[in-house]
Each structure stands twice: as structure tokens, then as C-alpha cells.
Design a protein around this ligand. Structure first.
Ligand code: SAT
Ligand code: MN
Length: 619
């Protein structure tokens, strides 16, 4: 550990000024760490190497400090429960800023702040923000170390919980420092919970179980590839490798370098004949993304294995095909709703070595959350540490409570999940939660049509009357809070990537597990039965299944979607694939209004797709 008294000697420039060359070797790394320490003034600086021994030391420290509860090792070995401050339970989108030089580069869907002003603000809030605490330095790789699709980063944080979580979610290793020494570029990320233990008056105060600050900043500087996060210890606010780096900053890197950083799961699908496919899929939240990533097919002969559950980085490989990696090494999944019936794979992944956050504690020292079992235990301690009994009117686990676990522990993890060169992508899927209009599955005519489908992804809360659509919440490419630049420029980037891929471009599909009948019933059983849709997509990719052209894309030929044993009424099947022209024309008007938000930056090709859709709908 560095002697804090020495730190001032190392300050050769302002750490918040952003004037760092990203590829400038080990001296730059140490100088940067020293600069951050001089600004934030921790008691000591500790480099975290991600090793089991160091992880064990930190979790023991967190238990001793009352920040983690060790679960009963008989039920849940080497596992812990963290309870957050009740005001720090999710990402804070209204405090998430994209500080590009030009406001138009952030676009209408991001909170933009002028970088110089934001740097001045950050300098104030970070000054002394780690006083009395330990600052951990965490060097990490997103993707296999040194891989062609991988990237490096370093996070400093004054939270040991965050350091250990980062150790599960990424590849933390001293080897990262060696690569940086050799000149590899890296992303600088700074995190403080914003709760110094020593005040300006030098008086030391008691720590709390979950330190944080009411004022929060989640700040991305896209041009200098920097992230500054203050005031929160939770998930995407604090594990900066995840949404901040792997999506917001990486999307900008990808734009500049010709690749894609996407909010997508990746699965490996094997047909009964042993043919292997890889699909990447984007879904807005609450659309069953984790369940699809860990799907147990209901149909014989098919297997689905997990490559990634949340983020995909995709790049054209030397053979011309689009290859993808899961840049993460762990899952940060929503606990409620994860049970034997909905996602048995996730449940068995969590057998041990797991950090749970904001779930309920059982009297036997294990955990519970809504949906884990049909019946709750007779008594629990809820996520706020209060006594809980069934019927007391409060949820036992916070609705956004989470598990953090290594991907390698997942029983359905694919053998190629950490392939150095990534996996070749055969199909890209876009999903939403749509009660109306969008059929169970449709194939895009081509890449350009696929980009239109991705750009118009939406979810709707209520089933609407016939000929109308409900209120649509747009979430283009499921990237609304995660695209680090102007969303319309991002669509243009996708179009450019498709041009470069040419004949190698993967097929694109739209799926919707949530279509409802006029009576408000879900028309499709979902979960394991979604494998039937996966089968049709695989058959389309290999060219063995037919499709009928409609104005909105290519739909399965009747009888080619395997519905054996499902017992679906014929009318329901018809409704699942019905293309209601009036209702679709109404949706086109909403799409035009949505596009208009982005003004002249909307790629003309997408305006042309909309015009063509209307033309064909009018017949
Ligand atoms: O907290 S995370 O951003 O990691 C998860 C989510 O909110 O999507
Ligand atoms: Mn996500």
C-alpha cells in the first residue's frame, strides 16, 4: 500500500482533466492511480488481483464490518447477503450523464452535460470522498485476456463489495497490468460511494453497512473513454465494467472502430442432427432475457447452451463473418421470479459462491425471494432487515434484488463461451413485450429491414382495442439507457456494419412471447416452449424451413412451426401471426413520431423502410 503522505508528490496533472493518452503504459497507470488517491485521499491503496485468497480476505473483512452476511454454508457455501441502503436499489437514469463535447452527439435520449462544467463538479464531489477508507485498484479484462474482441479497464473503488463483485463479473488479473505495461489501451473508471469516514475537521465517524450518498453521479466521457461514478454502491451504478463501460463507452469505441457493443444475450443452439448455431438477442428488461439465455428446450433433440446473458461485443472476423464474445465473466441477475419452474438452470447456478443483494434471509441462514418456491417460508427477514411473514403486505425481496455469480458455474454454460476469437453469429433476435401487432416470430427481409426492426423495438403495457395499439414504450435495440451516443447515429452505424458484412450478415428476426388475445390472455405459453421458435429460426438459417412474405416480414409457413403436444386452439395460432393492417398503420404513425424526435440524423434508409412498410400495408 502507498503511504498517503507521499501521494501529493506524484500529482503531475489534474486527474479529472481527461487529458490522458489511453495507450501510455505502466507509468501512466501508476500516475493515474496516484492522482485519484491524491484527489480522494483514502487511508490506503490496495491492488486487488482477483485471486481466491484475496477475495476470501475481502469477503471476511466485509463480514467483520457487517457489510455482508455469510449464509449458512450447509445450504449455500461461500455465499453472502448484502442489504443496501433503501435509497440505493437500482440504476439511477436521471443521474446518468453523457458528457460529449457536442450535445448533439449525446442525442435526445441521453442526459447531456457540458464536459468542462461536469469535470469541475466532479472535482468538488470527489475531493476527499475516500477519506478514512481503502481505495481498491482493480485491473480487469472484458473478454478473454488479450483476445481480438477484448478490452482492458481499471476501476478504482472505495467499496470492497464492488471490488469483489467486479472480480466475479469480469476477469480481474495482474496480467491486465502487464498488458497495459506493454502499451495496450485501457479504460479509466473511478468509483466512490461518496461517504468519507473522516470529515474535513479530521473527525472519524462510524461506518454503516451500506455507505452511499443521496447525491449520485454516473458520468461517461465518451471522447476520453472515462467513467466517474459517485454516491451509489449498486449494480450498474458501481460495477463500472458493466453498463457504463461494456455498453455506454464501448458503444462509442465500437462506432469509431467498426464493431458493435450490444445489450444482447448469446446462446449456442444445437439441432438434433448436431448442427451448431449461435444467436444473439436483444430484449428490453422484463422480457425474459435471462430465461432465454438459460433455456431448457421443451422439444426433444435440441439443446440451448449459455454464452452470455446480458452483453455482447460483435466484430467481423477474418473469415468475414460476425463473431461475438460475452465481455463479462459473471451474471448479475434479477432474483425475483427465478425459480425451479421459470429458470431451473439459474437456480442451480446459485448453489454456492454467490453474492445475493437485497433478497430475504431465511431462519436457517439461506436465502429466499418471491418466485423461488410457490410457498414462502413461515418467517423471513426481509431485504430491509425487518421481520417478515406471509401476507404481511410487503415483498420479502426487493423487486430489483440480485444474484452475482460466475458464469463458469452455470450448468448450461457452452464449451465455447469464452472462446478467444468469439463465436460466429448466425442470427440476431429482437424482442419486446407486445400485446398487439408483433407476431410470435418474423424474419426480416434483409439487414436493413432488421435494423428498422431493432430501431423500433417497443413494449406495451395494456392490450388495446382492435385497430389500435397501446401506449408504446420505445427501447431501440434495448439500448435506450445504454447507448453512449446519439441513437440515430447508432442506427446509421448498424447500417454501415451491415454493408461491410454483405453476404456474411446474420439473419435478423423479431420475436414476441407476449401477444395477447382480445380477452387479455397470453396466446403463447413461453418459457421452454420458446425453443419451438428457436427451432424455426435455426431451420431458416440452414435454409430448410419455408416462410411467407408479409408487409412486416417473413412468417413461418403453417405446419412448419412445431406445435406438437402444445394443444393450442387454432384461432390462437392464427392470432399469434395475424397482421392487422389498420393496427400496423396506426403503429407506423407512432414510429414516424418517434423517428421525428431524432430529426435529420435518422438514416434515410430507415425512413425508406417506414415508407415501404406503409405502402405494403395499404396493399
Ligand atoms: O444494475 S445493472 O445495470 O447492472 C442491471 C440493470 O439494471 O439492467
Ligand atoms: Mn441488462
Amino acid at each position: 500500500p502507498a503511504d498517503p503522505a507521499d501521494l501529493d508528490d506524484h500529482v503531475d496533472h489534474d486527474p479529472v482533466d481527461g487529458a490522458h493518452d489511453r495507450a501510455d503504459g505502466t507509468d501512466a497507470l501508476h500516475a493515474w492511480v496516484d492522482d485519484i488517491a491524491a484527489l480522494t485521499r483514502p487511508d490506503e491503496v490496495v491492488w486487488y488481483d482477483g485471486s481466491p485468497a484475496e477475495t476470501d480476505r475481502l469477503t471476511k473483512l466485509l463480514v467483520a464490518e457487517g457489510k455482508l452476511i455469510r449464509l449458512n454454508p450447509e445450504w449455500r457455501p461461500n455465499s453472502f447477503l448484502a442489504r443496501t441502503d433503501p435509497g440505493d436499489v437500482a440504476r439511477v437514469e436521471d443521474r446518468t450523464f453523457i458528457c460529449s463535447e457536442d450535445a448533439d452527439d449525446a442525442g435526445p435520449t441521453n442526459n447531456w452535460r457540458e464536459p468542462e462544467g461536469m469535470r469541475a463538479e466532479l472535482r468538488d464531489v470527489f475531493a476527499g470522498s475516500m477519506r478514512g477508507r481503502t481505495m481498491y485498484v482493480v485491473p480487469f479484462s472484458m473478454g478473454p485476456l488479450g483476445g481480438p474482441l477484448s478490452q482492458l479497464g481499471v476501476q478504482v473503488t472505495d467499496s470492497a463489495y464492488v471490488a469483489v463483485s467486479l472480480g466475479m463479473m469480469t476477469r480481474v488479473s495482474p496480467a491486465v497490468v502487464s498488458l497495459i505495461e506493454a502499451g495496450a489501451p485501457w479504460v479509466r473508471t473511478v468509483h466512490s460511494v461518496g461517504a468519507p469516514l473522516v470529515g474535513a475537521d479530521g473527525v472519524r465517524s462510524e461506518d454503516v453497512a451500506w455507505p452511499c450518498n443521496e447525491t449520485k453521479y454516473i458520468v461517461q466521457f465518451p471522447e476520453t473513454r472515462e467513467i466517474w461514478s459517485y454516491g451509489s454502491g449498486y449494480g450498474g451504478n458501481a460495477i463500472l465494467a458493466k453498463k457504463c463501460f461494456a455498453l455506454r463507452i464501448a458503444s462509442v469505441m465500437a462506432r469509431d472502430e467498426g464493431w458493435l457493443a450490444e445489450h444482447m444475450l448469446i446462446v449456442k443452439v444445437t439441432s438434433p442432427e448436431g448442427r451448431v448455431f449461435h444467436f444473439a438477442a436483444a430484449f428490453p428488461s422484463a422480457c425474459g432475457k435471462t430465461n432465454l439465455a438459460m433455456l431448457s428446450p421443451s422439444i426433444p433433440g435440441w439443446t440451448v447452451e449459455t454464452v452470455g446473458d446480458d452483453i455482447a461485443w460483435l466484430r467481423q472476423g477474418p473469415d468475414g463473418r460476425l463473431r461475438a464474445i460475452n465481455p463479462e465473466a459473471g451474471f448479475f441477475g434479477v432474483a425475483p421470479g427465478t425459480g425451479e419452474k421459470t429458470n431451473a438452470t439459474a437456480v442451480s447456478t446459485l448453489w454456492g459462491n454467490t453474492i445475493f443483494t437485497n433478497v430475504a434471509l431465511r431462519d436457517d441462514g439461506d436465502v429466499w425471494w418471491e418466485g423461488l418456491t410457490d410457498e414462502p417460508p413461515a418467517h423471513l427477514v426481509d431485504w430491509e432487515g425487518k421481520d417478515w411473514t406471509p401476507g404481511c403486505g410487503r415483498p420479502a425481496a426487493h423487486p430489483n434484488s440480485r444474484f452475482t455469480v460466475s458464469a463458469a458455474q452455470c450448468p448450461t454454460i457452452a464449451d465455447d463461451w469464452d472462446a478467444f476469437d468469439g463465436v460466429p453469429i448466425d442470427a440476431i433476435l429482437f424482442g419486446g413485450r407486445r400485446a398487439t401487432n408483433v407476431p410470435l416470430v418474423a424474419q426480416a427481409r434483409d439487414w436493413r429491414h432488421g435494423v428498422f426492426i431493432g430501431a423500433t423495438v417497443s413494449s406495451e403495457q395494456t392490450a388495446a382495442a382492435e385497430g389500435t395499439v397501446g401506449e408504446l414504450r420505445r427501447d431501440p435495440f434495448a439500448m435506450l439507457p445504454f447507448c453512449g451516443y446519439n441513437m440515430a447515429d447508432y442506427w446509421a452505424h448498424w447500417l454501415r456494419v451491415g454493408e461491410r458484412l454483405g453476404e456474411h450478415a446474420p439473419a435478423v428476426f423479431q420475436v414476441n412471447w407476449f401477444r395477447k388475445g382480445d380477452d387479455g390472455r397470453f396466446l403463447w405459453p413461453g418459457f421452454g416452449e420458446n425453443a419451438r421458435v428457436i427451432e424455426w429460426i435455426a431451420r431458416r438459417v440452414e435454409g430448410s424451413a419455408g416462410a411467407v412474405s408479409t408487409p412486416i416480414g417473413r412468417l413461418p409457413v403453417v405446419d412448419e412451426l412445431d406445435l406438437d403436444g402444445l394443444d393450442l386452439p387454432e384461432e390462437d395460432v392464427a392470432e399469434l401471426f395475424e397482421v392487422d393492417r389498420a393496427s400496423w398503420l396506426a403503429e407506423c404513425d407512432l414510429t414516424e413520431e418517434f423517428f421525428d424526435r431524432f430529426g435529420s440524423r435518422v438514416p434515410p434508409a430507415l425512413r425508406a423502410e417506414l415508407a415501404s412498410l406503409r405502402y405494403h400495408l395499404r396493399g
